[in-house]
Design a protein around this ligand. Structure first.
Ligand code: ATP
Ligand code: MG
Length: 591
């Protein structure tokens, strides 16, 4: 494609709302434009990359035996009522009404639609297993759409659904998809890691997320330095310490004693005021869980994991209580809540991290303004409470499998595989007749990839001060030819010749033939980040060469300019193999 005839509106400045690098670069490189919050138009260059990502996904899905379909985006509410999700999915679901006052939603995911499809037609075990997928626009009315393509409201997803006769079959389908996902992200030349995940609103028995590793990732993953274990911190199990959680515990705990702590709200303030370490304190967090008061306890130096709390209480919504609710339920302003007497006063429940089991002689809020209690023993003083694993994992914890050291890293979730079991087939009555003519629910799995998020994640992982460093498999074009002297007939002829030759090699070439200064072309080429640049100018042609640059490594070189014999092509192929190798990719596929 010739730049002079293309719509590649590059910008010097990023828009003010762009916080992360991929968002900035996608806009600056003329790949996307915002329509409204979380909703973007794909410009020609961006769409080429999106299609490359979708192409790799499609190829590997097909290879894994899945079949492509395309389901409607507008879904009748009745189907969602049948699964029970109409009332449980929350505000992410964009609900609309037609002219007959019937409710619909825009599909945020398609378990219901696909289950409805097959329940009418799959009757016998002979028709299973089956795996159907689509690559389609999804809509989720995210509370905070941000980071450009990373968390859009409208975005492109590949969603696949597997149907099996039994658990063993479903496990096999899951493994099959897991392997396909590994191939997909490997083919994209992304650095990634599959991790154990929480199954969120989609639900199900177990799941893994595929994380693209990047400093700016929204997700944190914990991994073991000794074994293969890794998990999203949302779900990472924390081992309970063998002997209680309070290192300073006093086995013969004295009776609780109130102390005055005027204006000391935070753990840090109370620690400094009472001159005790945070491990002596219990942090009491007041939540509204499905409308009911809950006090959640963790040791003072730990953080609570809200996802674990939500799962423990099997809740739809978990929110921090407002200052007014805290006051009403504890009798004290924020900062003085404690477990003693909380349940009786608020009518709620108290749950405690299992790291607190066996500990005693704690310091807790007194449920009274400007006061704390010393010498609290949870068993003796706190009344009924439930212990569970509720803390967020840290690097001081040990691997829940092997006891090895834990490290944390940032990642971007680009894919998610779930084993659903019969979560949808049961309520929607998707059944088949087994070999004995007995009716059984179909066992399902579902498998998503955020295809548009992959584009953002790829840039988030691969960029420098000049712009994007596209991995070859996702680059909108394979290479850019920069003609620095478009008015010089010799340079123009050479640029056209190389453009034609490499096109015949099967490569997608972008030719910058604009009447712009060389500085502008170099800057734009780096910004776009195509993996290979060939620079043609009068000066180098005078020496019988063209210049080349590997965008990833910055390495420059020269190729013979003589295109009349094989010299140029042979040298180009060797150089291209080098560029691919820098990405850890196999040398060029056959030309
Ligand atoms: P997240 O935790 O990031 O909200 P999710 O758990 O809601 O993701 P899934 O329901 O598993 O996501 O959707 C499958 C894939 O779709 C995700 O792995 C992610 O790559 C992508 N995805 C989800 N929400 C968005 C969004 N708002 N914008 C872009 N991609 C998204
Ligand atoms: Mg989500």
């Amino acid at each position: 494609m010739r730049w002079s005839h293309s719509y590649i509106p590059t910008l010097k400045e990023a828009p003010g709302d762009a916080e992360i690098i991929s968002h900035k670069l996608l806009v600056r490189a003329g790949m996307i434009r915002k329509l409204t919050s979380g909703v973007y138009t794909w410009l020609p260059l961006g769409l080429r990359t999106l299609n490359k990502a979708a192409g790799i996904v499609r190829a590997e899905m097909n290879r894994a035996g899945a079949q492509e379909v395309l389901m409607p985006m507008v879904i009748p509410a009745d189907l969602w009522r049948e699964s029970g999700r109409w009332d449980h999915y929350g505000k992410d679901l964009l609900r609309i009404r037609d002219r007959h006052d019937r409710d619909f939603c825009l599909g945020p995911t398609h378990e219901e639609v696909v289950t409805d499809l097959i329940r009418g037609e799959v009757r016998s075990y002979r028709q299973l297993p089956l795996n159907l997928y689509q690559i389609q626009t999804k809509f989720r009315d995210e509370i905070r759409p941000r980071f450009g393509l990373m968390r859009g409201r409208e975005f492109m997803m590949k969603d696949a659904y597997s149907f099996d006769r039994d658990d063993a079959g479903a496990d096999e389908s899951y493994r099959n998809m897991f392997e396909a996902y590994k191939r997909i992200f490997k083919r994209m030349a992304l650095r990634f890691r599959p991790v154990e995940a929480d199954s969120g609103a989609i639900g199900g028995n177990f799941s893994h997320e595929f994380m693209v590793l990047a400093e700016t990732g929204e997700d944190t993953i914990a991994y073991c330095t000794a074994c293969e274990w890794s998990a999203n911190v949302e779900r990472a199990a924390v081992r309970a310490p063998a002997a209680g959680g309070n290192p300073a515990e006093n086995p013969s705990c004295p009776a609780p004693e109130e102390v005055s702590t005027p204006g000391q709200h935070s753990i840090e303030e109370v620690c400094a005021f009472l001159k005790v370490p945070a491990e002596k304190l219990i942090k009491t967090l007041i939540y509204v869980v499905d409308g009911k008061p809950v006090a959640a306890l963790v040791r003072g130096d730990r953080e609570l994991n809200e996802i674990k709390l939500k799962n423990l209480l099997d809740a739809d919504s978990v929110e921090m209580a407002s200052p007014e609710q805290v006051e009403a339920w504890t009798g004290a302003p924020v900062g003085f809540a404690g477990p003693v007497g909380f349940a009786a006063r608020s009518g709620g429940v108290v749950v405690a991290d299992h790291g607190l089991i066996g500990g005693t002689d704690w310091i807790v809020g007194a449920n009274k303004a400007d006061a704390h209690l010393l010498h609290v023993d949870l068993t003796r003083d706190a009344g009924e409470l439930q212990y569970a694993d509720l803390a967020l994992i840290t690097e001081s914890d040990v691997c829940p499998h092997c006891g090895g050291a834990i490290r944390l890293a940032k990642g971007i979730e680009v894919g998610h595989v779930f084993k659903l079991g019969v979560k949808y087939s049961k309520p929607l009555n998707a059944v088949f007749l087994d070999e004995n003519g007995k009716e059984q629910p179909i066992v399902m799995g579902c498998y998503g990839i955020g295809v548009s998020r992959v584009v953002a994640a790829c840039i988030e992982q691969n960029n420098d001060e000049g712009g994007i460093l596209f991995p070859p498999p996702l680059a909108p074009f394979d290479l850019e030819v920069l003609n620095l002297d478009p008015k010089n007939p010799e340079a123009a002829a050479k640029a056209e010749e190389i453009y034609r030759l490499l096109g015949e090699e099967g490569l997608d070439v972008l030719l910058d033939d604009r009447e712009e200064r060389p500085g502008v072309k170099f800057k734009d080429a780096d910004l776009l980040g195509l993996p290979m640049q060939i620079v043609i100018g009068g000066k180098s042609l005078g020496r019988g060469v063209v210049e080349v640059k590997n965008r990833k490594t910055g390495e420059k070189g020269e190729l013979p300019a003589d295109t009349a014999n094989d010299g140029f092509l042979a040298a180009f192929r060797a150089w291209r193999a080098n560029v691919m190798a820098a990405w850890g990719l196999e040398a060029c596929p056959p030309f």
